[in-house]
Design a protein around this ligand. Structure first.
Ligand SMILES: C[S@@+](CC[C@H](N)C(=O)[O-])C[C@H]1O[C@@H](n2cnc3c(N)ncnc32)[C@H](O)[C@@H]1O
Length: 259
C-alpha cells in the first residue's frame, strides 16, 4: 500500500523530492518555541531535522525505513530510531513538540497514525503536521503533460479505501487530528518556490511514490519517448539551470490538552 512505496527509494528521494519537502522548514521553525525539543516523525533523509538542529532545537528522529534512518544519521549525526506510525517505538507522553512533515499523507491508516502521534505527545505538547493538498501541484501538471505527450500508460495507483482516507485540505487535516483527540489551533497553506535541477526532478519522477509506480509500468520504448518529451518540455519551467515550481502545502498545528 502507500507505505510500501517508501522502501528502496531513500537515495532517490534524497536527490529529488527531499528538497521540495524541506521548503516548509521555515514555516515549521517560526512556530516553535525557542530551544524546544522536537520529535521528527517520518524524518526521511533528514533535511527538516537538519534545519531544526541548525535553529538550536534538540531533535530526536524516527522513520520506518532503515535507509532513511541511515541518511538522517549521516546527515545530522543523530541516532534516529527505526519505527513507524501508528506504533512508534517512543514512550507515551514523552514529546514536547512532534513534527510529522509529509507523513500523514503517506500512511495506510491515517486515523490510527494521528492517534499514534497523540500518544507520544505530553499533555500540553504540540504537533505540526503537513500534507500535500488534493489539487495537483505544478510539477505534477508538467509530468502529466509529459506522460500524455509520450502516450504513457496510466496504471492503477495505490489509493486508500474511502473509509480510511481524509480530505487533503486544512479542514481535512484539522479534522483528522481532532478525531485523534488533539485540538487544532491553526491551519494554513504555506507556499514557497521549489528549485530543482532537471536531473534531480527526473530521478524523483522515475522512482518515488506514485510517480515511480507509473514509470515502472512503461516499456522501454515508452520510457524513451517520455525522456524526449521531458527534455522538450523544460524551457518554460527553467530559471537558469533549475526548474522552478510555486508549490503550496497544508500545515496544521494542534495541541494535546491536559487529560
Ligand atoms: C515524503 S517523505 C517525508 C520525509 C521528511 N519528513 C521530509 O519532510 O523530508 C515520507 C516519509 O514518511 C515515512 N513513512 C512512511 N510510512 C510511515 C509511517 N507509518 N510512520 C512514519 N513515517 C512513515 C517514509 O519512510 C518517508 O521517510
Amino acid at each position: 500500500m502507500a507505505e510500501d512505496l517508501w522502501s528502496d527509494v531513500a537515495q532517490t528521494y534524497d536527490r529529488s523530492f527531499a528538497s521540495l519537502c524541506a521548503g516548509v522548514a521555515p514555516e515549521l521553525l517560526v512556530r516553535l518555541p525557542a530551544g524546544a525539543a522536537v520529535l521528527d516523525v517520518g524524518c526521511g533523509s533528514g533535511h527538516v531535522a537538519t534545519a531544526l538542529l541548525s535553529a538550536g532545537h534538540p531533535v530526536a528522529a524516527v522513520d520506518p525505513d532503515p535507509e532513511m534512518v541511515a541518511l538522517t544519521r549521516s546527515r545530522t549525526g543523530l541516532e534516529p530510531t527505526t519505527g513507524g506510525l501508528p506504533d512508534l517505538p517512543i514512550a507515551d507522553a514523552s514529546a514536547d513538540v512532534v513534527v510529522a512533515s509529509f507523513v500523514l499523507n503517506h500512511v495506510d491508516h491515517p486515523r490510527a497514525a494521528a492517534a499514534g502521534l497523540r500518544r507520544v505527545m505530553r499533555p500540553g505538547g504540540r504537533v505540526l503536521a503537513t500534507i500535500w493538498p488534493g489539487s495537483p501541484p505544478p510539477h505534477g501538471a508538467l509530468w502529466s503533460a509529459v506522460l500524455d505527450a509520450a502516450g504513457a500508460v496510466r496504471p492503477d495507483l495505490p489509493r486508500l479505501a474511502p473509509e480510511l482516507d481524509f480530505e487533503r485540505s486544512p479542514d481535512g487535516l484539522s479534522g483528522l487530528l481532532a478525531g485523534a483527540g488533539l485540538e487544532p489551533v491553526d491551519a494554513c497553506a504555506p507556499a514557497w518556490r521549489w528549485r530543482v535541477t532537471p536531473e534531480g526532478f527526473w530521478i524523483g519522477v522515475t522512482s518515488v511514490g506514485n510517480f515511480g509506480v507509473t514509470w515502472r509500468a512503461q516499456d522501454d520504448a515508452t520510457r524513451a519517448r517520455i525522456r524526449a518529451a521531458y527534455d522538450a518540455s523544460l524551457t518554460p519551467w527553467l530559471d537558469g539551470d533549475h526548474l522552478t515550481f510555486d508549490v503550496e502545502c497544508v500545515l496544521v498545528e494542534a495541541v494535546r490538552g491536559s487529560d
